[in-house]
Design a protein around this ligand. Sequence first.
Ligand code: SAH
Length: 271
Amino acid sequence: MTRAPRFPLALDRVHGRSRAAGSELLRPQAPLQHAAQDAAQQATGRRASSGLGLDSAAVRERMVQRLRAEGLRCEPVLRALGQVERHRFVDSALATQAYEDTSLPIGLQQTISKPSVVGRMLALLFEGEQARAHGHLGRVLEVGTGCGYQAALLGLLARSVVSVERLKGLHEKARENLAGLRSGDLRLVYGDGRDGHAPRAPYTSIVAAAGGEAVPQAWLDQLAPGGRLVAPMHDAARGGQVLLVIDRHEQGLVRQWHDAVHFVPLKSGAA
Ligand code: SAH
């Protein structure tokens, strides 16, 4: 344990302190340089306070390697996870946790999902018949834009994306977060995503980021032939939420139940 300094200080300690202070005094411009660097980083849109600015590509690459080691094998998804700066989508106070495999609060009692779960859902979408045939996710409907992180990933993996959010505050936050990103044909819609988005239907890929009790009929109606839907849904048999995959084949709809998950609830109406 270090003892609290007693005053007056012994001469040797004064000497030690004054030497340290002296070395700072030799570079009086240092704090000004740091401030200028911070200002420059902020001006270029980097969050200086996160301490992640220039190094974030390396941190993201480590996250991608971890996900690969844990079994995520879908190369386009891994590439997209390596590109999108997740720390830009969360509050700056949480930015240092952005590349851990954890869900994080995004305000209004909602959360951004863990990277491993996002990766798993996108990889499942890639296994749909149309997506496999074309090597991309085609026309995508996302229900639950949240902070826009998954929408940014989808923008890199699809031809076009419509993302619907029922909370105005998050819809606007996502718009800000996505402004200036090169994310292709990405349309953010404010409304109840349980209705899907008929004007741009049918969709090759439908993904929900909120868990419901039953798949809304509109999603099934708006799923293209050869298309795939991935959504967290309550499974009575397992007594919890599970990732549900639905494929529209020529013969009809085929359902499969996958991993147990924990998503925020799919709610009705816009607020
Ligand atoms: N993909 C998001 C995760 C958002 S969390 C991201 O990357 O940040 C789930 C989101 O679904 C929440 O923002 C919640 O408000 C939204 N949501 C819940 N029910 C909804 C509904 N019926 N229509 C649209 N969005 C809904």
